[in-house]
Design a protein around this ligand. Structure first.
Ligand code: NAI
Ligand code: MG
Length: 499
């Protein structure tokens, strides 16, 4: 049992202040070496809720040395024992779900009922899932020659550098740190500038059971803190989620050290709705797929919806009616379905895409739901969801990742045309097909170019379902046993001549 166990703090503003000016290095909450901070803003109100520690190269140095020191014992611990500690993290995090949900709500503007609480619950569960996989770190025996025993052995890589974005900070943190730790690595994670608080608090909670230095958290900006982390000679592997542009920079920097990299980048995921699809299910699937409750801020967002001409108008009408019924409002209010965009920068970007679409020849913008009436939210970065029709697949709205609540519904005549257009994209993260015809469904699963293809459903990341894209959507997989084995261990071949 833990002595002096941390109690959940249910007032998110108080907790945000408590998290100010701190990094978590070697088990201790410390300010940045420079003592500098940056503002953390609640995007629903523009109120500054905290001043996060502004980490830089000097902090990276201290964190990587602490992680390297801790890795010596952590890597030698029996894998099941490491797993037991990681599972224990999951169990105690479970007692903090409500607290983490509230904190992530005030730093990201995501609605608590539809998003934040769900994310905090899945977050805790991923540590329980991976914690059970310690004894799966197996090698192989290789049939070579009589008298020669050839085996492979999986070993930890060392210190992992993890960089995450702001759209699902807890979930994305768990997908990186849980498998990395179970495999015997220690971790230095840099949070996103927009959402450093909840990740730090979660790490503080986990440090009640983890040995100091196993999991270290830095906050700071990309070039000043993320880049030195990737470049640090003590980092043996980088795992990154974020934009394609930054992913390429990270890949380039890692190539200079020849270290392995996992990249989970953007998407422009297609959803094909055939004329025979169950329309109600497909419409619900489009709402989940588009992540309207997360303001569309998801790399997996099903933002290109190809609908057969025979059902196109009915689909759009019913989809709009359902999104109209979703409530935009205070992210902390239980009645709210849709919160805010993360920041001014992202708000401006999303709004400029919508303006562009409104002026595109032939396009119609169907604005859904309604802006919150509450005066205290007047400065919030709220954007009404928009469904565009009359947009071609080669329009920039259908080509570029908007990362906002903007869906393009594109009409098609025949299946071949739908498959061709679905694959005509620089991305390849996820795809879905909606049909009652088994042959069409099976054919589409073979031909859609994406890391994850689903039929008649649009589920989000699930534990043990390998997740990761092809083309510009990235490199490698997350969330599964294979992801841990392939991306957080290295294999040694051992040959014993017994003759
Ligand atoms: P970003 O890719 O620039 O940031 C993600 C993370 O990388 C942050 O922690 C950031 O500090 C870090 N970073 C930035 N520059 C770095 C560098 N040179 N070296 C190392 N780390 C660095 O994404 P940003 O600016 O937040 O959003 C821009 C666009 O990226 C969005 O509009 C969206 O289209 C896309 N995006 C995709 C995400 C996904 O889940 N695949 C998540 C967030 C954004
Ligand atoms: Mg950026």
């Amino acid at each position: 049992m833990l002595q002096n166990r941390l109690e959940p703090v249910l007032d998110p503003r108080a907790l945000a202040r408590e998290m100010s000016n701190k990094l978590l290095i070697d088990g201790a909450m410390v300010p940045a070496v420079s003592r500098k901070t940056f503002k953390v803003v609640n995007p629903a109100t523009q109120e500054t809720v905290s001043e996060a520690a502004d980490g830089a190269a000097a902090d990276v140095d201290v964190a990587v040395s602490a992680a390297a020191k801790a890795q010596k014992a952590w890597g030698k611990m029996a894998p099941r024992e490491r797993g037991r500690l990681v599972q224990e993290c999951g169990r105690i995090l479970n007692d903090h779900v409500e607290e983490l949900a509230r904190l992530v709500t005030i730093e990201t503007g995501k609605a608590i009922r539809t998003e934040s609480r769900v994310e905090a619950g899945v977050f805790a569960d991923i540590f329980v899932f991976y914690g059970g996989l310690g004894s799966e770190l197996k090698g192989e025996t290789v049939p070579f020659k009589p008298g020669m025993l050839t085996i492979t052995q999986r070993e930890p890589i060392g210190v992992v550098g993890a960089i995450i974005p702001w759209n699902a900070p807890l979930l994305l943190m768990a997908l990186k740190v849980a498998p990395a730790m179970v495999a015997g690595n220690t971790v230095v994670l840099k949070s996103a500038e927009e959402a450093p608080l909840t990740v730090l608090r979660a790490c503080q909670i986990m440090n009640q059971v983890l040995p100091p230095g196993v999991l270290n958290i830095l906050s700071g900006d990309g070039p000043q803190c993320g880049a030195p982390l990737v470049a640090h000679k003590g980092i043996g592997k980088v795992t990154f989620t974020g934009s394609v542009e930054t992913g390429k920079l990270v890949y380039g920097a890692a190539s200079q050290k020849l270290i392995p990299v996992t990249l989970e980048l953007g998407g422009k995921s297609p959803m094909i709705v055939m004329g025979d699809a169950d329309l109600d299910k497909a419409i619900d699937g489009a709402i989940v797929g588009m992540r309207f409750t997360r303001q569309g801020q998801s790399c997996t967002a099903a933002s290109r919806i190809f609908v057969h001409e025979s059902i196109h108008d009915a689909f759009v009408k019913r989809l709009k009616a359902k999104v109209d019924a979703m409530k935009m409002g205070d992210p902390l209010d239980e009645k709210t379905d849709i919160g805010t965009i993360i920041s001014k920068q992202q708000y401006d970007k999303v709004v400029s895409y919508i303006r562009y679409g409104e002026n595109a020849p032939g396009a119609t913008a169907h604005r859904c739901s309604s802006m919150p009436a509450d005066a205290k939210l007047a400065k919030g970065y709220f954007v009404q969801p928009v469904i565009f029709t009359g947009i071609a697949n080669d329009n920039k709205l259908a080509r570029e990742e908007i990362f906002g609540p903007v869906a393009c519904v594109i009409k098609f005549k025949d299946y071949e045309e739908a498959i061709r257009q679905a694959n005509d994209t620089e991305y390849g993260l996820a795809a879905t097909i909606w049909t009652r015809d088994l042959k069409t469904a099976l054919d589409a699963t073979q031909r859609l170019e994406a890391g994850l293809v689903q039929v008649n459903q649009n589920l989000v990341v699930q534990a043990n379902m390998s997740y990761g894209g092809i083309k510009n959507s990235g490199l490698g997989k997350e969330a599964s046993l294979e992801a841990m084995l392939e991306h957080f261990t290295r294999k040694k071949t051992i040959v014993l001549n017994l003759g």
